[in-house]
Design a protein around this ligand. Sequence first.
Ligand code: SF4
Length: 297
Amino acid sequence: MRRDDVPLRDYNLLRMNIEKARELGFCFGVRRALKIIENATEGDIKIVTLGPIVHNKTVVARLKSLGVRVADNVDELKGGVTAISSHGVSPAVYEKIQLRGAKVIDTTCPIVRSAQKAAQRLAKAGFGVIIFGEASHPEVRGLLGWAGENAIASMNVDTITDEIVLKRIGILAQTTQSRGEFTAFVNRLTEKLLPHVQEIRIINTLCQETQKRQSAAEELAETSGLMIVIGGHNSANTRRLAEVCSPLVETHHIENADEIDAEWLHGKKKIGITAGASTPDEAIDQVIQRIESLYRV
Ligand code: SF4
């Protein structure tokens, strides 16, 4: 079709390019968790998940349609079958679930499980454990439980006081943190601790799936006029994608296509799309369709 033949309403689309990051959306840990739950529902078993199985409302709604209910805390459980999310839980929570007579389906991501084991090994060997992560995030709450009494979680070196500092310190990260920020944290913390401790052990617990998504998002942001980051507003790995992109280009974090404001698209030639590890393909497709429809009006 020659340019002159293009209907007016499609004309802007010719000048606009939508590109998806080369790595985006569901990670293997989330796919695995969903498969475990979906397989279990085939046996007509009523499953209650402790917290949302992943931080995405669309996914939680789909599971609800299969009869999977969400309990906000252990006290709401009344026997039956309880599923632990991909974020994992502390040993104390695991024990509490069993004490309430519930059978457990554990979908903890193997990468989170490795981080839990690393925290446990450090605690058993007498290390104080410092976790680079958001203390309120479910994965970090679980990790703290595995890391024993001398453990804290922090995103800010200044908040780490002498009380935690034993002679031997282990440092690890919430799996979905960015490599750059963890490196900066470790450097500052090492500088602060070295005069007081005998040993500092750093365990790289970062998830490579997350790192790949962050690098791909950063690369795309460098050549785009706008980045749309899709995923739950309470999804830590999605927020991190937005943080990686926003210093480079105008970036908006949305959970679904309805949140797109047509104003954002004005004058943008290339729109980059990325999505968090718990964002289903349908949500990504809906966003692309909505952007295309807004260009056509
Ligand atoms: S982002 Fe990484 S750690 Fe988290 S569930 Fe996915 S694979 Fe596992």
